[in-house]
Design a protein around this ligand. Structure first.
Ligand SMILES: [Ca+2]
Ligand SMILES: [Ca+2]
Length: 569
């Protein structure tokens, strides 16, 4: 029996740090007894442990036991063996064990680049021709201004494909860029040495910043120079079929300005200005241009504080109708907080801070594309030693709330079936639940940085374990990593390129309690919240990829790598 691979042994399929916690979860009926860590050829037993008592899964009631082998610390390649069940996938115990994952998840953005060939030198077997030059983009009738009547043409190349589709959306780019740039600002030492094999590798600029710049240049072109307002998206009228980027030929439009897009843009430009001011000789004028753009966007939003992007309403008024992603949001209090925080920290001018109520209530909402309040708090906290009294007065309260939010997240994780922070309630299993796990991890990293208490760091690591396989589906959700990782994401290039393996380094959305009702895919094998997932490209509600899911994964994996020595037991 132990010669047989068992998919019922759930573990981080990539691996574990020598001195950090190491756990696997075994699903199914089994006897009390021992488990073994063995060499992959099963010849040598290097560690023997005792399975915990059976516990029923929180959502499925399936019997589960935990194998804790944290005390085994020798670097090497291993499998876990459960008598009567079988052996696990092979995993590593080593230093830097998530370095490749951290790098690949940033490289995932390179594969999403528009308007450029991806040559084999960088893209390997996923090399492809350029798609979407976006140098002749039409002003949609919803987006006109005096200098830019309907049908006039602008150029807005570059940027990343947002998700499995071929459009680019400022709101979703906003949180994605903010998260990537924050990863760099929080762990610059780690990123300065992380090479990705992209065209800009070796240019003295950290590759994570080079990659972010590909999208930043596009974002800058999405601002109407006349008034500072920012278009919500650059899009086809309707989604493309499952074709390669270079085959796509539908007309492209920029569509209606909005308050959410303009404030997210302001936040990203202000943060980018701060970061790229350290690279003035490599990118002359970039930091200044970004700050000018941020200030103009901010003042547009001050004059237009409530412009919704309501696609249905827009389609009643303007043609062609647009049916691609809406990213509609109606509450801009969080976008104002984030933009004000970034502008204030970059300029040190109190006016930005004082124009917004930074603590409107005591909520601590986990970041997502319509909810970016915590990105502002993270930035205030990051620059806590440089704040003026205007912001200094709120800092203790913000820090207290961040830590108590982290406490709320970790409550019960030690006894949860999968020993992860992820999965406390069914509410964690929403569309894009992988980003819930990753964003929880970021909150925990913030709490660790504030308190130096390693329980938060270990809790963050538990969610990385979740994303790489210790979960109720048994999948590693990052393409290309783990023996059982997602193979058929809803991602047009991966579907259309004729290559068996999907484009690597992309994070699948993960289980979604309502996925079957949302995409009507018929291949779901389970209806339990933590298992409602299918590795099928029909499943855009559980198995799409998206830049706003990859970005928090980048942050979490990079933070864990940067802090690995402090996660010791
Ligand atoms: Ca570089
Ligand atoms: Ca919002």
């Amino acid at each position: 029996m132990e010669q047989q691979l068992s998919e019922n042994i759930r573990l981080n399929q990539v691996g574990y740090y020598p001195n950090a916690p190491k756990m696997a979860v075994v699903v199914g009926e089994m006897e009390d007894g021992e488990f073994y860590v063995k060499t992959p050829d099963l010849q040598e037993t290097v560690y023997t442990g005792q399975l915990t008592a059976t516990k029923a899964g929180e959502f499925s009631n399936r019997p589960t036991r935990v194998a804790d082998f944290s005390n085994y610390k020798e670097p090497g390649s291993y499998v876990l063996v459960i008598p009567g069940i079988g052996h696990s996938y092979e995993f590593e115990i080593d230093r830097d064990v998530h370095k490749d994952v951290a790098a690949a998840s940033i490289k995932g953005f390179y594969y999403q680049r528009m308007s450029t060939d991806l040559p084999e030198q960088y893209a390997g077997k996923w090399a492809r021709a350029a798609g979407h030059p976006d140098n002749e983009v039409l002003i949609h009738p919803s987006a006109v201004s005096t200098q830019r009547p309907a049908g006039s043409v602008i150029s807005a190349p570059r940027g990343w494909y947002d998700a499995g589709d071929y459009n680019k959306y400022i709101v979703n780019s906003g949180i994605s860029m903010g998260t990537l740039l924050s990863a760099y600002e929080d762990f610059p030492g780690f990123y300065k040495n992380l090479e990705l094999n992209i065209p800009e590798s070796g240019n003295n600029v950290p590759d994570i910043l080079d990659e972010a710049l590909w999208n930043l240049r596009w974002m800058m072109a999405m601002q109407d120079p006349e008034d500072g307002g920012v278009y919500n998206k650059l899009t086809n009228p309707s989604f493309e079929g499952m074709i390669m980027p270079a085959e796509a030929s539908k007309p492209r439009y920029v569509v209606q300005k909005g308050t959410a897009a303009t404030l997210d843009f302001a936040a990203v430009m202000a943060q980018a200005s701060r970061i790229f001011s350290n690279y003035e000789s490599e990118f002359p004028g970039l930091a200044d241009s970004a700050l000018v753009a941020a200030v103009k966007a901010w003042s547009w939003a001050q004059r237009n504080p409530n412009v919704d992007y309501d696609q249905n309403a827009m389609n009643k008024q303007f043609k062609p109708e647009v049916s691609t992603g809406g990213y509609g949001d109606k509450d801009y209090s969080d976008e104002f907080i984030w933009a004000a925080a970034e502008l204030y920290v970059t300029t040190k001018q109190d006016t930005y801070y004082n124009e917004v109520n930074m603590l409107p209530d005591n909520k601590m909402p986990l970041p997502s594309w319509p909810q970016v309040r915590l990105l502002g708090y993270y930035t205030l906290n990051r620059f806590s030693s440089e704040l003026t009294p205007a912001a200094q007065k709120d800092l203790p309260e913000i820090q207290k709330r961040l830590v108590s939010f982290a406490d709320e997240l970790i409550d019960g994780a030690d006894t949860r079936t999968y020993r992860t922070v992820m999965g406390k309630t069914e509410g964690d299993y929403i569309w894009g639940s992988s980003s819930v796990a990753a964003n929880q991890g970021i909150v925990l990293i913030q709490a660790y940085q504030l308190t130096d208490n390693k329980k938060y760091l270990k809790a963050a690591l538990s969610n990385l374990d979740y994303l790489l396989g210790r979960n109720a589906t048994g999948y590693s959700f990052l393409t290309g990593f783990g023996e059982k990782s997602v193979m058929k994401p809803h991602h047009r290039p991966s579907v259309a390129d004729g290559i068996e393996e999907p484009v690597p380094g992309l994070l699948s959305g993960g289980p979604n309690a309502r996925a079957d009702k949302q995409d009507n895919c018929t291949t779901y094998q389970s209806s339990f919240a933590d298992e409602m997932f299918t590795d099928d490209d029909c499943s855009y509600a559980s198995n799409e990829i998206a830049i706003n899911w990859n970005a928090p994964f980048v942050y979490l994996a990079g933070a864990i790598e940067a802090l690995q020595d402090r996660a010791a037991l």
